[in-house]
Each structure stands twice: as structure tokens, then as C-alpha cells.
Design a binder for this molecule. Structure first.
Ligand code: AMP
Length: 249
């Protein structure tokens, strides 16, 4: 079974994001970029499925600028077999990414798409669900465990206050949550090997998809800075402050 694993290039999760002075977005110039953390988990799960003899080939795809090749190479070093860069210099919204992935599914015929539950830059949490809808496939979102047997996948999902287990007929879409696994670090020999693995570059138009955005970003703002705390002398003073200053009771 072939696996398709979409990975997004995002600002590294350790970077303190700065909003551009004109509020038109966040600063990405000279900022460390990495693979979206949930996508690393998806790649790890795909590699484990291959190690267990369930998957035969892992195809990684990224929709983004030329530099998104770096994230594809990281996935190849973790154990994926080949990459596809759908090159587009500007932001591509979830619906357009989902349409691109749908076209690639038609071309590649994977048995399972394993992807992140959410990109940490736009926090959309939409692409996997949209892809499953466009394909009329089942979806196992927020997965904390995935078992594949025959033509079904059993997915344990993280839901509020507990877990839910669903069974999906393959092909299907699974989106990875934080607890699914701990992604491996690529070893140096594997990083060297990954340099020889193929990456094909195409454009959204080659797949018949118009990547033009449908949303207009109006403004990005920093969260308000936190005020320093104060010590109160008594419960009465605390209650008074909560009533008159914080106005929460
Ligand atoms: P989102 O719906 O934007 O929160 O993203 C959810 C998941 O969709 C991500 O974790 C990725 O697996 C995938 N995805 C979103 N955007 C892209 C992209 N530009 N290229 C590849 N995969 C993407």
C-alpha cells in the first residue's frame, strides 16, 4: 500500500513569532522554518507502517515555495521514499491545498493519506477534513493510534475528555494528533541517503488547481502583554479587586 504524506513548511515552533509593523502578517524573513510538527508525527507514523510491512512506499508532498524542498528532504531522511513539491511562492489556503492533494491522490492512488491535524502557522485544522470530503473518503482525525489490517484502519481519536475509536474502510484520510508517536531524528547516514532520493517539482496549474486565495487577511495583532501580578493582603481585598478591577465576578 502506498502512503501519501503532506508536509507543510512553517515557522519553527521554537521561534518567537513577530508581527510585521504594518500588521499585514508575521515576519518570515530570516526566520527559522521547519516541518509543521504534526506533519513530522504523520511522517513518523508512515515510516512505522512501512517498517511493519504494511506500507510499501511513502510519497511526501509539500505545497509551497522552492525552499519547501528542505522539509521534503527532512521527511526523506526520516524514511520516506520520494517527494513532490507543488511549487507556489504565495500562501495556499486549505481548500486549494486539499484540491491539489485530491489531484495527486488521483495520480498516485495511495491507500492512505496520513497528515497533520493542524498547521501551527494558520491553525486552520481544515485541510484533512476538506480532502476527505472532496474524495468522499472516510476520515480519522486527531489520531492517537492507527492500526491497519486488510482494507480497514482502526483509529483512536483524541476527543474532549476521552478517546473515541473509529473504523475506516481504506482508502481514507488520517490526521495525526500529538500523542500518536514521537518522531525520530534522522541519522547522518540517512540524511546523506535522502540527498539521492527523487523530488519532482510541479505547479498547481499542472494539476488543474487555481491556488488564488479566497480570503483577505485584514490584520494580524500581537496578544496583549501580560500585566505583572500583585500580592493582596486578604481575601476581602482579592474579592474587591476581582469585582472592581478585573470585573470577572
Ligand atoms: P491546516 O488545515 O492548514 O491546519 O493543515 C492541516 C494539515 O494539512 C497540515 O498538518 C499538513 O499535513 C497539511 N497541509 C496544509 N497546508 C499544506 C501545504 N501547504 N503543503 C502540504 N501540506 C499541507
Amino acid at each position: 500500500m502506498k502512503l501519501l504524506v503532506p508536509v507543510k513548511r512553517v515557522v519553527d515552533y521554537n521561534v518567537k513569532v513577530r508581527v510585521k509593523a504594518d500588521g499585514s502578517g508575521v515576519e518570515t524573513a530570516n526566520v527559522k522554518m521547519s516541518m509543521n510538527p504534526f506533519d513530522e508525527i504523520a511522517v513518523e507514523e508512515a515510516v512505522r507502517l512501512k517498517e511493519r510491512g504494511i506500507a510499501t512506499e511513502i510519497v511526501v508532498v509539500s505545497v509551497g515555495p522552492t525552499q519547501a524542498q528542505e522539509q521534503i528532504r527532512t521527511a526523506l531522511a526520516m524514511g520516506a521514499d520520494r517527494g513532490i513539491l507543488v511549487e507556489h511562492p504565495e500562501t495556499v489556503e486549505p481548500l486549494a491545498v486539499a484540491k491539489i492533494l485530491k489531484a495527486l491522490v488521483a495520480r498516485e492512488q495511495p491507500g492512505l493519506v496520513v497528515m497533520g491535524k493542524q498547521a501551527i502557522d494558520d491553525d486552520m485544522n481544515a485541510t484533512g477534513q476538506m480532502l476527505a470530503a472532496l474524495l468522499s473518503w472516510g476520515q480519522g482525525t486527531f489520531a492517537s493510534s492507527v492500526e491497519v489490517a486488510g482494507d480497514t484502519a482502526t483509529v483512536k481519536r483524541e476527543v474532549d475528555g476521552g478517546a473515541e475509536t473509529v473504523q475506516l474502510r481504506l482508502p481514507a484520510v488520517v490526521t495525526a494528533d500529538l500523542r500518536l508517536n514521537e518522531p525520530r531524528y534522522a541519522s547522518l547516514p540517512n540524511i546523506m541517503k535522502a540527498r539521492k532520493k527523487p523530488i519532482e517539482t510541479i505547479r498547481p496549474a499542472d494539476l488543474g488547481v487555481d491556488p488564488a486565495p479566497r480570503l483577505t487577511l485584514l490584520k494580524v495583532e500581537e496578544p496583549p502583554t501580560r500585566q505583572a501580578g500583585v500580592k493582596v493582603a486578604s481575601v476581602a481585598e482579592l474579592v474587591a479587586k476581582l469585582k472592581t478591577e478585573a470585573k470577572v465576578i
